[in-house]
Design a protein around this ligand. Sequence first.
Ligand SMILES: Nc1ncnc2c1ncn2[C@@H]1O[C@H](COP(=O)(O)OP(=O)(O)OP(=O)(O)O)[C@@H](O)[C@H]1O
Ligand SMILES: [Mg+2]
Length: 432
Amino acid sequence: MIFIQRKQKEKAVVPVENEGNNGANIFTQYMQKRNQIVKNKKILQSSYIPSNLPHRTDKINEIVEIIAPSLNRDKPSNILIIGKTGTGKTAVINYIGKELKKADKDEENCKFIYVNCEVVDTPYGILYNISNQIITDPSKRIPFTGWSLDKIFAELTDYVDKQDKVFIVVLDEIDRSFEKNGDDIFYYLTTINELLENSRVSIIGITNNSRFTEMLSTKIKSRLGEEKIIFPPYTVEQLGDILVERAKDAFEEGILDSDVIPYCAALSAQEMGDARKALDLLRISADLAERNGDTVVTAAHVRLARSKIELDAVSEVIKTLTVQSKIVLMSIIKNTEDENMTVMTTGDVYTMYKYVCEAISQTILTQRRVAGLISELDMLGIVHARVKSFGRQGRTKEISLNTPKEIINMVKSDEVFRGLDSYRPQKQMTLM
Ligand SMILES: Nc1ncnc2c1ncn2[C@@H]1O[C@H](COP(=O)(O)OP(=O)(O)OP(=O)(O)O)[C@@H](O)[C@H]1O
Ligand SMILES: [Mg+2]
């Protein structure tokens, strides 16, 4: 059945090509290949809030029980939600927010406010964001900059109190704001109730840092963490169920090979039970199949997707390396490629390192510092460095390249190394 549907879709595009080159353009081939596999791409994106969140019913119920009094204008306890990345914290809270709005017509009794502290991470930004979700009168809006925090806070308090309802303020990725600004903002928001006569404010903080509360002052810690809810990582079976649910909405039946979801779930369970990673893997696998013009997603696409994700992650790391680390990496690459060394010692790397520094006019660090940079590259998984012992003679490091070709090419084409290939030393340097 699926195939019949797809054939019809393809047919609809063919007349464009049949018009000769006049009808076809550079996008024709792309359009024909695309949009055949994924019915609705939005569903696989991490910003999508599904209406069903498997394996989080108990957490949803726990939170609902705490915040339900807000529907009778009673102040719920503050909540701190803690859980590793991709465990559904944001998805659950936004789902609850949506349901709360449905339960409370016209927000008569309570208002749900969501702020992501990674995006707005200054105290001003957070108060500005909260205020402008509450203040509907455009002439009363708080300016983007220019007011003191005390002034915004006074205005906000005034506005909140006039509305005579419960405000549930979600501060997602709360640790981001704390890292930059300390706990002032939490102090403001948890003391607001002392100034209010009619309204009440409850805070729901969300963090993926399990040690977050240790950083807070005792007073804020006890206020913010009146109720603590832990989101555990998903197991491989749970990830499988989450993917199956999404796949039902995102794909036509028969598009995914039967081993695709178990494979995506197994790979992501190894990575700390992260549902975002599992969904990314499925989305990218489908994307690769689509781009290749394939009609079914298979385990081979998942394998490719995984290498692509890993490659992207390594490229991100490479971009953040300092110039000196890049030179050390380049020295290991040159030793491997130009000097045919599959393994080398720190001394070998240092000899090449000095040559490269000279060629691109960079400061030469000591061998000790370079050894430190090699260890860092090893920790990042970009090179291999194994300590080899020679008994009484001591120990040395065996260094080898552990870097995909694409990454090697990326390093070689880095701006820093412009002129390296054409460099000719004034006096011949011995490299070995
Ligand atoms: N139980 C679930 N059912 C369906 N989808 C889920 C479930 N849990 C998480 N997801 C999906 O996985 C992705 C990541 O989840 P979410 O953004 O909620 O993680 P998080 O715990 O907030 O992570 P972080 O700490 O990195 O912000 C989202 O696309 C979300 O919709
Ligand atoms: Mg989140």
